[in-house]
Design a protein around this ligand. Structure first.
Ligand SMILES: Nc1ncnc2c1ncn2[C@@H]1O[C@H](COP(=O)(O)OP(=O)(O)OP(=O)(O)O)[C@@H](O)[C@H]1O
Ligand SMILES: [Mg+2]
Length: 269
């Protein structure tokens, strides 16, 4: 990558074009286009098995992509491992790879990236940074950063997972169904945090099945249907009903996948 002019503010931080992904003989993602912008929450929606988690795992370098382009700040990049993604500033809070229950908050936040003083772990610095990050996100419900994660509520766990992503100066934070197991108040807390991250200039991608959450916090909505991107639209341009239609049939009026309009990519923004 070469040093160049500052990126055009309209250039998405992450842009995927023509992404294909198969597991053995089964193609899960077909020619997917997707983008996420700084300062915005992009909701990624779709039915169970539509390919949402697979898509973000491709973004996070867990799954190599079979074909397609991955651009970061408009520059083509190769992301072959989670380390490559982290180096770009992409952090993902995975649906199925949660925090380690038997470790405390600090240990979780620095897992694999511990600060050291010579050979010894620099517990003091890590503790301070963890506490500062949580405080910076206005998280006040966690009593001590030395609390074991197993003793936290679902909402607090999500908060710690998000704070972990923020701690590493990420530009992009992707959250795979962060509110799926949460009650009303905790969901509210996590959604407020999601909005704050975007307001701080990060690009946030939120996977969710909950239309109320999607409409409450997102600026854009990307709808996957059977492994294809049915549409990527501004939230203010669509209704709940249209998004539900996109999720369940891949189409809604003139929006969505080809078949009747011959357009094929559904992109509007
Ligand atoms: N490692 C894998 N090996 C084989 N098939 C996989 C693998 N991961 C996902 N799949 C398949 O890919 C398809 C998409 O799965 P994915 O987990 O991406 O869906 P999703 O949209 O995240 O669904 P959900 O809303 O239930 O989380 C499914 O049919 C799933 O069985
Ligand atoms: Mg999933």
């Amino acid at each position: 990558m070469t040093a160049s002019a500052p990126p055009d503010p309209r250039t998405p931080v992450i842009e995927l074009r023509g992404l294909d992904k198969s597991f053995g003989p089964v193609q899960v993602l077909h020619d997917v286009a997707f983008s996420a912008h700084s300062g915005e929450v992009t909701a990624l929606v779709g039915d169970n098995g539509a390919g949402k988690s697979t898509l973000v795992k491709c973004v996070g370098g867990i799954h190599p992509i079979d074909a397609g382009e991955y651009l970061f700040d408009g520059v083509p990049v190769q992301v072959n491992s989670p380390r490559d993604a982290a180096a770009l500033g992409v952090e993902i809070v995975y649906q199925d790879l949660a925090l380690c229950d038997n470790l405390d908050i600090v240990q979780n936040m620095f897992l694999g990236r511990e600060k050291r003083n010579g050979l010894i772990l620099d517990e003091y610095t890590m503790e301070e940074l963890a506490a500062k990050t949580l405080a910076g996100l206005s998280v006040r419900t966690v009593k001590s950063v030395r609390q074991q994660v197993s003793s936290l509520s679902g909402g607090q766990r999500q908060t710690v997972a998000i704070a972990k992503a923020v701690l590493w100066n990420s530009k992009v934070v992707i959250l795979d169904e962060p509110t799926a197991a949460l009650g009303v108040a905790q969901t509210q807390q996590v959604l407020e945090l999601v909005r704050r991250l975007a307001d701080r200039g990060l690009a946030v991608v939120l996977i969710s099945h909950n239309m109320n959450d999607v409409f409450a916090v997102s600026d854009r909505i990307a709808a996957l249907y059977l492994g294809r991107m049915a549409a990527q639209v501004r939230t203010c341009d669509v209704t709940h009903a249209q998004v539900v239609e996109l999720i369940t049939s891949g189409r809604s009026g003139d929006l969505g996948l080809a078949g009747t309009n011959g357009n094929g990519n559904g992109a509007r923004t």
